[in-house]
Design a protein around this ligand. Structure first.
Ligand code: DX5
Ligand code: ZN
Length: 216
């Protein structure tokens, strides 16, 4: 199980050292929550901060950017330039932007491509894209803020995606994000998840290494 601490929950006064602290505590990936104040009701940080995090960590650190923004197609080149390894966009922007083209552009730039699905969005929305994806992100909270409660009903989406993955012989990862700690990790694993995003339960834990180890 990959554990991806969300930088949204770190101490923003020391964002570089916080990234290092997470990696030294055993984080597999670092999750970077980008919010534009329009797609979600919050503003976090953009490509320049992502680039600063990139410069703060070893070259082989895997940076996972979750773009909760209206125009991921427009901003994509800046996140590529910032050195993101995975770039996840939201299926809810279908119709407003060309998701197929944006996913192809992510991969053409040498990054991995992810597609996220909000709790209120049916999982069927992502099924037409599975062949084009390195990861599906199943949101287990309404995106915008850390520290919310895990919505267990989304586990059915994970089960469905895992079944589709087997049926179609695909290898995309399934990531879950929101309200996840040691109590939720076994449920996510049982449903078929491969990667867990965790903000509050890692950065705000008294011992981050122990928190990550207990999730694993
Ligand atoms: C929510 C973000 C999550 C969030 C997770 O909009 O996508 O990544 O930071 O934080 P916790 O683990 O505190 O729910
Ligand atoms: Zn996220």
């Amino acid at each position: 199980m990959l554990i991806a601490p969300s930088m949204l929950a770190c101490d923003f006064r020391h964002i570089g050292p916080e990234a290092t602290r997470a990696l030294e505590a055993g984080a597999d990936w670092l999750h970077l929550d980008v919010m534009d104040g329009s797609f979600v009701d919050n503003i976090s940080f953009g490509p320049d901060i992502c680039a600063a995090i990139r410069r703060s960590v070893p070259e082989d650190a895997y940076l996972d950017a979750h773009l909760m923004i209206d125009a991921p197609d427009h901003y994509l080149p800046r996140f590529i330039k910032a050195g993101m390894n995975m770039i996840t966009i939201h299926v809810e922007r279908e119709g407003a932007i060309d998701l197929h083209a944006t996913l192809a552009a992510i991969r053409a730039a040498g990054a991995h491509a992810g597609l996220a699905v909000n709790p209120a969005t049916p999982v069927e929305k992502v099924l037409p894209y599975l062949e084009e994806l390195d990861m599906v992100l199943v949101m287990s909270v309404v995106p915008g803020f850390g520290g919310q409660s895990f919505m267990a009903d989304v586990l059915d989406k994970v089960r469905r995606l895992d079944a589709e993955r087997k049926a179609r012989s695909l290898t995309f990862l399934i990531q879950m994000d929101g309200g996840i700690g040691a109590a939720q990790a076994p449920l996510c694993k049982e449903a078929g998840a491969d990667c867990l995003v965790a903000g509050s339960s890692t950065f705000r834990a008294p011992d981050m290494a122990a928190a990550i180890a207990s999730m694993k």
